[in-house]
Design a binder for this molecule. Sequence first.
Ligand code: TRP
Length: 387
Amino acid sequence: MSDRTASQQAALDRSAVLAEQVLADPRKFRVLTGDRPTGPLHIGHYLGTLANRVRLQNLGVEVIVLIADYQVLTDRQAGHQLPATVRGVVADYLAAGIDPDRSTIFTHSAVPALNELVLPFLSLVSAAELHRNPTVRAETETTGRPPTGLMLTYPVHQAADILFCHANLVPVGLDQLPHVETTRLIARRFNDRYASRSPLFPEPAALLTATPMLAGLDGKKMSKTRGNGIALQATEDQTAATIRRAPTDSERHISYDPIARPAVANLLDLLAAATGRAPQHLADEIGDRGSGHLKRLLTEAINELLRPVRRRRADLADDISHIDAVLDTGNSRARQLADHTLATVHNLLGMTYANRQPAIAGAFRQPGAIPPGTGRAGRAARSTPAR
Ligand code: TRP
């Protein structure tokens, strides 16, 4: 990994301490993590976060996984194919080992109360703070367009994602650290302003994995949108072909030098992450056998690592009713948590003056229709269907 800022280094140090605490007492932790459903999940997700979520779940930590289908609206191309993409991501989760009997998988759009939390939270940050967020700035620079309101406020939405379920642990890559900071800020300000006697929200901690942020095969940030990663669902041949196309340099001898030889270092980083070995050692072993050999090793390592995941995924992906049932269950559970949190927030904000029960169907009427049971007009309305 190249140069880190002091605050990134501090977060890595804190993560090491947290990892110990999780091992000592997993039941003290509730994890919330998520992905934007922009396409199939790839090896970067797997090595960066997915494998870690499964490990946490298996330790006994409560894990809640969000498919951020509102946040995905910030990527313009990603809107189409949403049903297939979301179901594909669920299949990726299940194949990687997320167990729906122990963990919760849900989507933004199925949990209105979560989204409503964004409104009070927006009142707790300034526009200047939103404009300063480094990840939002970076993403705006990549698209070359001024940020939409949704893009600018998505760290606040992400705070709602994390706080609606009172998660206290957020496993993320380095690029997501600013959002966890925003979340902590919002939790603190909400507690100070509205719940000073007994704080409502925990200030969640970021848990960084050992391999945060793997670059894609072209050396740029690995992203579903750039197609420079290896999808979990790719075949072994597709995997080999993608790796064969990856750029290297003209020097035959393989050495690990992220500054002078970024393309080769990037492949070594991936191989290191897939095998759990140090990139320098791998480079020494490959030596004069060159980049062809490096690529063969990488192909084998990734295919071997993903073989069981791919086998499970092949069994699952066609079973749409099972996938939808997993989402239904997860969505209901998330709604329960979000409804409870929003009700508490309403109380703390003093929004207690009317019945807050969910509206019943009969409470709605068409605009302009005459309410039933109001004298002669009402009786007339009942015999003629309202428009
Ligand atoms: N922003 C994350 C990404 O792009 C996805 C995400 C949405 C998320 N909400 C979250 C991650 C809450 C952690 C916690 O990958």
